[in-house]
Design a protein around this ligand. Structure first.
Ligand SMILES: NC(=O)CC[C@H](N)C(=O)O
Length: 387
């Protein structure tokens, strides 16, 4: 590891990324001033930056966007996966420009400032992505100071002391405190997300929130369910007291194997009820652990909006939205778990179903997007099991 040398701040630099390796990448800060320490990962989506920043699955992470024009459609109050951002900061190629979109109510940099999130522009995001691909996702500090004053040795020390996502339990830190009924389904121009979803007569899904993104609940509603959301620490008795027709395990941040006592033992008991059960992302990983499989940290992870996933039953390739740095290891799936989906990038597990119970899960976000290859059918399959 390179040691920090006395540094001169390049002319005009108001932001910096300091990696635990000793690499120092100068740029221009935007959004909030200050610093944040976490894992630096790259995301290949061309749009959806507000959704990415607010997805609770990104807690503990600093996002390097491979798409150069981030901020060009501004910020709006609808494209949020949670009320506040959970990603720690963003790294982009180009400076944020004036927004050009009829839904925009403010600039992205103003939104970042308001929500206390640090942004860094002017970075060679391709070089950084290449580094992450070769070396794995590093720990680092993103910092922004308008006066250009940075204590690089201190930032390096912060980056080196950060323990890393492996072994870190974050789901519990981003979950809700108490249960609530979810409302909000299909988006309509001029109306936003409709209030549907609470009507009686719909199959009742109890969703355990390990750091859920809102779009998953919207999709459950779109598929016909009524959704009640429970905190990550909900006990078996609490889940059952809502008399669910089906149980949903949400996405969420951190290491699935670090969730300890509150998640997996409850999931095991819920499986024994024989009620339909569906897990996504962290929920998929937790279901994997509950049936005896192991999870491991991936070299660079999968983060993007067009990751090809192969459905093993018929070979169809789904274009999926993904965000994960841990994966269920296929080889450790037990005999009663059939692998259903694999990543076309690296062959890693992306879905399985149990052969002796109505339970299945996937590693990606099944979106209700137009086109023949989306994966929304998974929500319909789940809700259909309760009919
Ligand atoms: N999207 C998610 O739920 C992420 C799951 C888990 N935190 C991971 O990084 O693999």
């Amino acid at each position: 590891m390179a040691d920090a040398k006395p540094v001169t701040v390049p002319e005009g630099a108001t932001g910096v990324l300091v990696l635990a390796s000793g690499d120092v990448l100068w740029g221009r800060g935007f959004g909030a001033e200050g610093e944040a320490v976490g894992e630096v990962c790259f995301h290949t989506a061309m749009t959806g930056y507000q959704e990415i920043m607010t997805d609770p699955s990104f807690a503990g992470q600093i996002i390097n966007f491979t798409f150069p024009h981030i901020g060009n459609v501004g910020a709006n109050p609808e494209d949020l996966e949670a009320e506040d951002p959970h990603a720690l900061g963003m790294i982009v190629r180009q400076d944020v420009t004036e927004p050009s979109n009829f839904r925009s109510v403010e600039r992205l940099d103003a939104w970042m400032r308001k929500h206390d999130r640090v942004g860094l522009s002017g970075i060679d995001t391709r070089a950084l992505t290449r580094k992450i691909r070769l070396e794995g996702a590093p720990n680092g500090v993103i910092a922004h100071h308008a006066d250009g004053r940075f204590d690089i040795p201190l930032l390096l020390d912060m980056a080196r002391k950060w323990p890393g996502l492996e072994g870190m339990d974050l789901a519990i830190t981003v979950s809700v405190e108490t249960h609530y009924g979810w409302e909000g389904g299909v988006w309509r121009l001029g109306f936003g997300y409709g209030p549907e979803g609470a009507e009686d007569g719909r199959p009742h899904v109890v969703a355990i929130d390990y750091g859920a993104k809102r779009n998953i609940f919207r999709n459950l509603v779109k598929a016909g369910a009524k959704v009640t959301v429970l905190p990550a620490t909900a006990t078996y008795e609490q889940v059952m007291s809502f008399n669910p027709d089906g149980i949903f395990l949400s996405n969420g941040p951190g290491d699935p194997a670090a969730t300890g006592e509150y998640a997996v033992p409850v999931i095991r008991r819920l499986l024994d009820t024989g009620k339909p059960l569906f897990g996504i992302c962290l929920g998929h990983q937790l279901l994997g652990i509950a049936v005896g499989a192991s999870t491991s940290k991936m070299h660079q992870g999968h983060r993007g909006a067009n990751h090809p996933v192969k459905r093993l039953s018929d070979g169809l390739v789904e274009i999926t939205s993904m965000n994960h740095g841990f994966a269920v290891e296929s080889a450790t799936l037990p005999a009663n778990a059939r692998e259903t989906h694999v990543s076309l990038f690296d062959g890693s597990n992306c879905g399985f179903e149990l052969t002796d119970r109505p339970a299945f899960s996937v590693q990606y976000h099944p979106e209700a997007s137009p086109g023949p290859q989306d994966s929304f059918y998974l929500f319909e399959r789940f809700v259909g099991m309760m009919a």
